[in-house]
Design a protein around this ligand. Structure first.
Ligand SMILES: *Cc1c(COP(=O)(O)O)cnc(C)c1O
Length: 401
């Protein structure tokens, strides 16, 4: 049965990568089976999160971890944790941060639309440096002295957006921040694969790292991971989970919530709206184990083979130049670049992308370089049987009169 058809919704072939708006990645049966089993029993969510914490710690090298409602939600509870620490009175006040250090420093070149997730906790973003490399006006990125100069008694955290070839180097940023005891939060939502990145940002000095659970990890789409320092993860947990507890009957997991470190238990926190259900937590744990232990070379080879198949089916088409980019070149997933000769074809890449989405089957391609006449194919959410329909749809969109 096509469950989407039953509700009047079209299925789409996602050749654009693990985009959240297209449903992220596709879940393996193993993850679905684990979620189905998890749905059948009651459990203490805090105890389950403590087990997730141990698993996340084992695979990231962090002290602790938390399953969040996505990487964006992880950014919010991470920021909240940096604003409050284990101070329950501060937790109660968020997002009002008037009487606490509330500035989060960011390099101007790292700002994204996900800034909103940081501001949501009550933080004020203070951005620094210039974008000379982006504008072509100069040759320098932000330097350590500029970070040093931006840190004040109002600083609560430093937020860093990871990309494959990021500047300034995280280790350099973390070094400056460590001298001032400022935690560095890394948005690494889409920085997997490579699997090695599960550990990389913690190893380079991040206090907290956010990953999306519904992208490369292939967990439930609505999940994410926050990994990092134990006390900060504890602060995030307390501000995310349901806190309708009695102090004299609740037994929180001591490894995460140290009994004597708190003045009392906080009420529902700023992250209460980002609750994660038991099925999602178990699904993410199962997916993380699978992702962290899979044969990455075999996985990438299978994705390369899908791209090669699509390229073979499109070769020789007038007005189309094909180029394959290996994972080593992109720093992440292998890609197939379709460069259109928009004049010869008499249509723009934007028009082709639109036609592909409207077609039957509907196909979505990567749109980051449409303005240069390039469609990108990412096979993260494709399997072998998608090669023929994707190639057929592109061929039709380029040749239809
Ligand atoms: C996808 C993404 C997010 C949000 O991840 P969700 O899991 O969808 O919440 C945040 N930051 C970056 C850089 C992303 O690519």
């Amino acid at each position: 049965m096509d469950i989407y058809a039953r509700f009047g919704v079209r299925r789409r072939i996602n050749a654009a990568g693990t985009l959240t708006r297209l449903g992220g990645s596709l879940m393996p049966d193993e993850v679905l089976d684990a979620m189905r089993a998890a749905a059948r029993s009651s459990v203490d969510v805090a105890e389950l999160q403590a087990a997730a914490s141990r698993l996340i710690a084992a695979h990231t090298g962090a002290e602790a971890g938390l399953v969040t409602a996505g990487a964006a939600a992880a950014l919010t509870v991470a920021t909240a944790a940096c604003l409050t620490g284990l101070d329950v009175a501060r937790m109660e006040r968020l997002p009002d941060t008037r009487d606490m250090p509330n500035e989060v420093i960011m390099c101007r070149t790292h700002r994204t639309g996900y800034d909103h997730a940081v501001r949501l906790a009550g933080a004020v973003i203070r951005d620094i440096g210039f974008n000379d490399l982006g504008t072509g006006a100069g040759v320098r990125d932000i330097e350590p002295w500029e970070i040093e100069a931006a840190i004040t008694p109002r600083t609560a955290a430093f937020a860093y957006t990871a990309t494959p070839r990021n500047m300034p180097r995280l280790a350099e940023v973390a070094g400056v921040c460590a001298r001032h005891r400022i935690p560095v939060i890394v948005d690494a939502a889409a920085q997997l694969p490579p699997t090695a990145n599960l550990r990389r940002f913690i190893a380079e000095g991040a206090a907290l790292v956010c990953f999306s659970g519904g992208k490369a990890i292939q967990g439930p789409q609505g999940t994410g991971i926050l990994a990092g320092r134990r006390e900060l993860v504890a602060a995030a947990l307390l501000q995310q989970i349901d806190m309708d507890v009695r102090a004299d009957t609740w037994s929180p997991p001591e490894e995460l919530v140290p009994p004597r470190a708190l003045a009392g238990y906080p009420h529902h926190g700023i992250g209460r709206g980002f609750k994660v259900g038991k099925e999602d937590i178990v699904g993410l744990m199962t997916a993380l184990e699978r992702f962290a232990t899979r044969d990455e070379q075999a996985y990438l080879a299978a994705k390369e083979a899908i791209l090669a198949d699509i390229a073979r089916r499109l070769s020789g088409l007038n007005g189309l130049a094909l180029r394959r980019l290996a994972a080593g070149e992109t720093g992440r997933m292998p890609l197939l670049e379709l460069r259109l000769d928009q004049v010869a074809l008499g249509r723009s890449a934007v028009a082709v992308a639109r036609a592909l989405q409207a077609g039957e089957p509907a196909v979505h391609v990567g749109e980051a370089r449409l303005d240069d006449g390039v469609l990108l194919i990412d096979a993260a959410a494709l399997s072998a049987e998608h090669a023929a329909p994707v190639a057929g749809a592109v061929r039709a969109a380029l040749t239809q009169t």
